[in-house]
Design a protein around this ligand. Sequence first.
Ligand code: GDP
Length: 530
Amino acid sequence: MGTTLEKEIKRRKTFGIISHPDAGKTTLTEKLLLFGGAIQEAGAVKSNKIKKGAASDFMEIERQRGISVATSVLAFEYKGKKINILDTPGHKDFAEDTYRTLTAVDSVIVVIDVAKGVEEQTEKLVQVCRMRNIPMLVFINKLDREGKDAFDLLDEVEQKLHLRVTPLSWPIGMGLDFQGIFNMWENNLKFFTEEKKQKIGDSIEIKDINDNLINDFIGDQAAENLRNEQELIHSVYPKFSKEEYLNGTLQPVFFGSALNNFGVQELLDAFVEIAPNPLPKMSDIRLVRPEETNFTGFVFKIHANMDPKHRDRLAFVKIVSGIFKRNTNYLHVRQNKMMKFSSPAAFFADKKEVVEESYPGDIVGLHDTGNFRIGDTLTEGEKLNFKGIPSFSPEHFRYINNEDPMKTKQLAKGIDQLMDEGVAQLFTLEMNNRKIIGTVGALQFEVIQYRLEHEYSAKCSYEPVHIHKACWVETDDEKSTEFLEFKRVKQKFLAKDKFGQLVFLADSAFSISMTLEKFPSIKLHFTNEF
Ligand code: GDP
């Protein structure tokens, strides 16, 4: 018999769904919640998609979320497990938001459209997961439509995503001829009937692949195909190993149709059985294990209140170890300040509510008036900082100018807080203190302008600046002649990020390679984490 803490840890599974927009992430999320009984009908989960690619669209989504922040974390119970789904924006302009959320998940499900195959955004996100050895399950969606051949698709997943896959379910036909799936995980066949759309289809148990029942249900030809395909699968793909899945070296694949609620339960049943419980996390001084009695956690997301009358924000904290308790003093490590929280929020599919206690794997939302920054750590007193929330070099850069001299303070505060939320990155030129905003997508510039005006009553304008990449500068010796020479020559291109780290704002790829050649003792990094 374990303690309550140990029992609660074993019950928890915190994961994210990643995909290219339109592959079916929202639909799958919704079907998972239906199984968990967390929602009653389809259509309850709001898509976080930015359709027109306009800032107004984004703002509308954010406003709606402000009202029901629950969409950032969706929790439900299934087979005695508490499952937390963390929402990840699919739009590429918000990729950084997704990278940060991935630091708070213990596993992911990758959704791929059977017709489109592996798409750009999936590649990028999977790469991040691979780097962190996050366990991944793959769900190939939209089997009710004509798509690519299943074997070809697995090849594509292996090649483009550099994954080592093994199917745990297999489609029988596809598109108009889609008959169902053979569940290799549980050895049964499930039949597809489109009329049953939102309902769970019938399935038959079979003893093995040579069972004649298969012929009775899908016909001799399809049965023979299935047997041949199974033989091929067994000779080509590795046998499933939970251990390899957990250490990120093997990725099981499932097929289905989220829209028709088909193949989703197979995925969920396998997920609850194999997906990891909350994992230990590395800090700057030691590995922190969930079972430790002292609470620790870190902020991976900050959500601003879109109502200008209440400028408070919600900081999302992932609990790493121990039990988080309401109204208890915790150390905000970066500020070296004790803080307590009277109304920490827990999230469910359709609501958020104040919680007394939360366990590792859970997310709590803390009301914040500007104390938190993404990456901040909370502990019971120990001075440790969790690692792994990097900033990547932005893709777009612009000078930001103050358009209303009477509102200089508001502007500075607004910029500061928006940067804390991780909306964009700020670089201050060493030479003249001019401020440059760097973003992942062009959309953020509009978002920043809009929010500065509506939330901080400040006005800004932008001016083009020619920068190719931001490179974080590393040197072993700040006093070396070489480093001083580098600083002299590159004076015009040097800036500080918001943590005071030195950044070289290179105007071309050529300039980066020339710099590296000329100053061999200096290292340039495209992320601030090195
Ligand atoms: P997201 O952008 O990844 O969240 O994708 P959505 O869940 O919003 O789905 C995008 C579109 O694909 C919507 O029109 C869905 O109805 C549709 N869709 C999702 N799953 C399926 C499926 O299994 N079959 C078919 N035919 N369409 C699907």
